[in-house]
Design a protein around this ligand. Sequence first.
Ligand code: UD1
Length: 349
Amino acid sequence: MRIISIVGARPQFIKLAALSARLSEKHEEIIVHTGQHYDYAMSEKIFSDLGIRNPDYHMGIGSGTHAAQTGAMMKAIEEVIINRKPGLVVIFGDTNTTLAGAMAASKINIPLVHVEAGLRSYNRNMPEEINRIVADHVSDYLFAPTETAEGILKGEGLSDKTYLTGDIMVDTLSNYLPVALEKSKITRELEVEGREFNLLTLHRNYNVDNPEVLVNILDQLDLLGELIIFPVHPRTRKMIVQTDLSWKNISLVEPLGYIDFIAAQHYSKRIITDSGGIQKEAFILGRPCITLRTETEWVETVDTGWNLLVDPRGSNIGDMIMSFRVPGSQENVFGEEVSSKMAAIIDSI
Ligand code: UD1
């Protein structure tokens, strides 16, 4: 079967890596990159770290308002679908690229797989929440990463299309962690070898687009008095540059490649983030995670005591972080051998 996989933003490359390796065994896979992420560190570097071949189509769409970005992607994706006539289209996660792929494929009736279906934050201020809801409801095969996600899809009347596969990021992480621990020199490069450090990431619109919230977070984290390594997303960098401030204990660095980032997570003392994927990776790597959000889609990480939600607008961020303790053990909530399960379903379509 001819399959078109559509990606565009960093977390999608990470999800594609594990699945693509399986799909290309039995199918003709066409990789489409919308160009939503275009900085070297956010795109090419991740492709090369993960050994993903060059995309067959690179649309170079780049930044824009939601409608302008999504609309341009839809138009370009539709053209590829019409020309290449795939038997199946695969979309990942919840970005504007996901939404564009979902709309373009479903409207011309091409069977559609949504990887990482059934996530809900119930916060409509997140563009991702709208993207997920639409993607789930127009897709034909919903690959749910967790039992919670499976339950949500069933609750929305999508039982017939739902498959509990586990989370594809488990496979990427287990494939690349040994390589990262052997090859990455990131702790030496950041001069944190043998030292305790926190790892921070921030990119959510509601945390970084409003300078008051962003500065509140960074001021309070600085007061922890502990070293914090902060690979800065381009969206966040733009705001920080505008504030013209700096923080004593926070070391701002460029976004890391995948291999270096998972090594940095492994060696960190705790992870502070507003990312979805990093909450999962922290859990799988057994690192305490502080999520600077008031809700999460990954409720299992909170319910099992490994992830703490902290209000980014609050005044007690430091106290909450310092008093957070994780349990001694954890259960497997994200599954295993996930790409094989997904590939088996796709093979039978
Ligand atoms: C996007 C996704 C989010 C995902 C995140 C991972 C949407 C709505 N959001 O957020 O779900 O968790 O990716 O990183 O799709 N920019 C650059 N260089 C880049 C990429 C972006 O400078 O390589 C700038 C753009 O100019 C833009 C801003 O960052 O103004 C935001 O980029 P965008 O792709 O819209 O959203 P992200 O914040 O990356």
